[in-house]
Design a protein around this ligand. Structure first.
Ligand SMILES: [Zn+2]
Length: 314
């Protein structure tokens, strides 16, 4: 069997996984992010030990630990070069987990792991050129090209969320202006709406959130848009147009067989993807989207665990 671990900024998920890809035992805890890298490293050690003892298994029963983590990974050393949401630089995670557990460990970027997990276990490798687009607080992208995970020359390719949709556009947290993520990431969309509420905007949205700007989220923005709220109609329209334009760029550049959409914003909205696809179809060159299949992610959080546990270090 294998162990898959997904280190997020707020939660760590761990799963014991059979060779056929069944998650047989799982645990989830809050990330001790405030304790920095050493604290989280010790949490991972403890979680692996707890999972093994619950399963009545030992280190020799586990072929591999796969860890998914947001950020840039050096695959040669298994170091996390930079993880903005955990605030780590040069964290020697592979070395430390191998030393603590005696189990061969592999580190992968979380969106790459999620894309690979969906492709292999959710879609059974049915397409060979696949783009995974995960829209949550930010926007992550993963690429399967010619049936292999594509990482780029230095392992940090596929950063779809930080491709530029508008060079004069909104400020992104990466430092660039007008990123895909700055237009389509949930936290950015919500922040724009919240600011307008703070500035005194009142409309149907105000009633929906009962006057609490803090409880604005993308699902409520969609609800207000569908009721004709002016602000939400304006912001929704902007998101749809930019998301559609981003998808058109992806389609023209990659000519994929399949795009898989996942993440909290995709799950929490009904019409966002369908409306953006209409924009993509309007903008894309016809041959670039011929036969393109669009699907929602099928495995939820398990995709990342499975992907981390099984992605090949090729
Ligand atoms: Zn950016």
């Amino acid at each position: 069997m294998r162990i898959g671990i997904d280190i997020g900024g707020t939660k760590i998920a761990v799963g014991l996984i059979s060779e056929s890809g069944q998650v047989t035992k799982r645990r989830k805890v809050k990330t001790d992010a405030h304790k920095g890298y050493p604290g989280v490293r010790d949490q991972i050690r403890g979680l692996v030990a707890a999972l093994l003892s619950e399963a009545g298994a030992g280190a020799t029963d586990v072929g591999r630990i796969g860890i998914a983590c947001a950020g840039q990974i050096d695959h040669a050393t298994g170091k996390i070069l930079f993880s903005p949401n955990l605030n780590w630089t040069d964290a020697p995670l592979k070395h430390d987990v191998e030393e603590a557990t005696g189990i061969q460990t592999f580190i992968e970027n979380d969106v790459n792991a999620g894309t690979y997990g969906e492709w292999r276990f959710g879609f059974h490798r049915e397409a060979s050129n696949v783009v995974g687009i995960f829209i949550g607080t930010g926007v992550g992208g993963g690429l399967i090209l010619n049936g292999r995970l594509f990482r780029g020359s230095h392992g940090v390719g596929g950063e779809l969320g930080h491709t530029t949709l508008n060079p004069f556009g909104y400020q992104c947290r990466c430092g660039n202006r007008g990123c895909f993520e700055a237009y389509c990431g949930g936290s950015y969309i919500e922040e724009r709406v919240r600011q307008r509420l703070m500035q005194g905007y009142r409309g149907k949205l105000w009633d929906i959130v009962e006057g609490r700007a803090g409880s604005v989220h993308v699902g409520r923005i969609e609800e207000a848009y569908l009721l004709g709220d002016d602000l939400c109609t304006e912001i929704w329209g902007e998101v749809v147009e930019y998301l559609g334009a981003g998808l058109q760029s992806v389609a023209n550049l990659i000519n994929p067989d399949l795009i898989i959409f996942g993440g909290g914003v995709v799950k929490g909205t009904q019409r966002l993807i369908d409306e953006a696809l209409l924009v993509m179809k309007r903008r894309a060159m016809r041959a670039s989207i011929a036969g393109l299949k669009i699907e929602r992610a099928r495995l939820g959080d398990d995709a990342t665990l499975l992907g981390a546990a099984f992605v090949k270090d090729e």
